[in-house]
Unconditional design. Structure first.
Length: 50
């Protein structure tokens, strides 16, 4: 298999992939809470009156 170390360069691309794919698989509880908070913040933003 291919490891992160096998892929030369592309540091930023690897970091973005890790944040988007790998971390949610390793820490699903954290991302469920984070997703809930983001949804709540969006709902509060959409329901505000100015």
């Amino acid at each position: 298999g291919v490891r992160w170390d096998d892929v030369a360069g592309l540091t930023e691309a690897k970091r973005l992939l890790e944040e988007a794919v790998v971390l949610p698989l390793w820490m699903p509880e954290y991302f469920q809470v984070l997703s809930f908070k983001q949804a709540l913040n969006m709902q509060m933003h959409l329901n505000r009156t100015e």
